[in-house]
Design a protein around this ligand. Structure first.
Ligand SMILES: Nc1ncnc2c1ncn2[C@@H]1O[C@H](COP(=O)(O)OP(=O)(O)O)[C@@H](O)[C@H]1O
Ligand SMILES: Cc1ncsc1CCOP(=O)(O)O
Ligand SMILES: [Mg+2]
Length: 275
């Protein structure tokens, strides 16, 4: 199969599937991202629930269709919730997505992310500095939660991480990269103005949970989510006057994406399986 030829169509089909099935996506995310992530999940047609108390996370995973875990505003009380939720998802065979926000910045984040990696996330989604830090391949020049490195610099780290995990890794940036260690896809959608709005990466992680809930092939699910989100961002940026109106326009655009816009607008390129 020529992966790249089909990805725009696949992205549209998966978006339709999300809209038809409206999967329930449980998110343990950060205080900054809760609103944007929940609204983005709603805008693609899925159902978000922000549930993080240790007393109820496992019970909620049993009814959720996917789980996302984001370490953005980490505190020790939440780390146990993250472990319990991820362990439950792994036991039940439900897809779960890890967003290692700012993982290179502190020892607490590195330790927590390492423990979560042991629970084998289906998909990891981060910016280049985060993926490099996580893969432990290079000394990341991490600046808080923002990336100082490019997707190209993170490619080897992403491949290594995907192969180690047996999962899919998404590196976002000017060009997004999605790899399962064998197949690799690059997505050239998005707009630089998206970096001026906080929590859009976190919102994409939550949206990726919605796509993973309806598609077992994690590379396809992550690619479709990333392409659809980037396309909505770049479409919204054309109408936006700045970060504030971009955020609103992004939600509107995600909600209204149609077949013609997705088929014509998704810009993906795939490399053939490597050895
Ligand atoms: N320079 C850029 N040009 C176009 N799109 C971008 C750029 N940087 C980030 N994006 C897009 O913004 C979204 C969030 O990615 P990113 O900023 O890398 O995540 P994070 O907020 O976690 O650092 C993604 O859809 C990504 O494609
Ligand atoms: C600013 C900030 N601080 C802790 S989490 C967070 C949000 C980060 O969101 P994103 O990684 O999507 O930019
Ligand atoms: Mg982020």
């Amino acid at each position: 199969m020529n992966l790249a030829d089909n990805l725009a169509e696949e992205s549209w089909e998966l978006l339709q599937r999300v809209r038809e099935r409206a999967p329930l996506v449980q998110n343990i995310t950060n205080f900054v991202a809760m609103d944007a992530a929940a609204n983005a999940v709603l805008a693609v047609g899925a159902s978000p629930a922000m549930v993080h108390a240790v007393e109820e996370v496992a019970e909620f995973v049993t009814v959720a269709d996917a789980l996302t875990i984001n370490i953005g505003t980490l505190s020790s009380a939440w780390v146990e919730s993250m472990r319990v939720a991820a362990r439950t998802a792994a036991r039940l065979g439900k897809p779960w997505v890890l967003d290692p926000v700012g993982v290179g910045a502190t020892a607490f984040r590195r330790k927590t992310a390492t423990e979560l990696l042991d629970l084998r996330p289906t998909i990891v989604r981060g910016n280049a500095s985060e993926i490099i830090a996580l893969a432990g391949l290079a000394q990341a020049r991490q600046k808080g939660v923002d990336s100082t490195q490019t997707t190209a610099e993170a490619e080897a780290s992403a491949m290594l991480l995907a192969r180690t995990l047996g999962g899919t890794v998404v590196v976002t940036g000017a060009v997004d990269l999605v790899t399962d260690g064998t197949r690799t896809v690059r997505i050239a959608n998005g707009d630089p103005l998206m970096t001026r709005v906080t929590a859009l990466g976190c919102a994409l992680t939550a949206v990726t949970g919605a796509f993973a809930a309806v598609e077992k092939d994690a590379l396809l699910a992550a690619t479709a989510a990333t392409a659809v989100f980037g396309l909505a961002g770049e479409t919204a940026a054309k109408a936006a006057r700045g970060p504030g109106s971009l955020r609103a326009a992004l939600m509107d655009t995600l909600h209204g994406l149609d077949a013609a816009v997705v088929r014509a607008g998704v810009r993906v390129e795939a490399s053939s399986p490597s050895t």
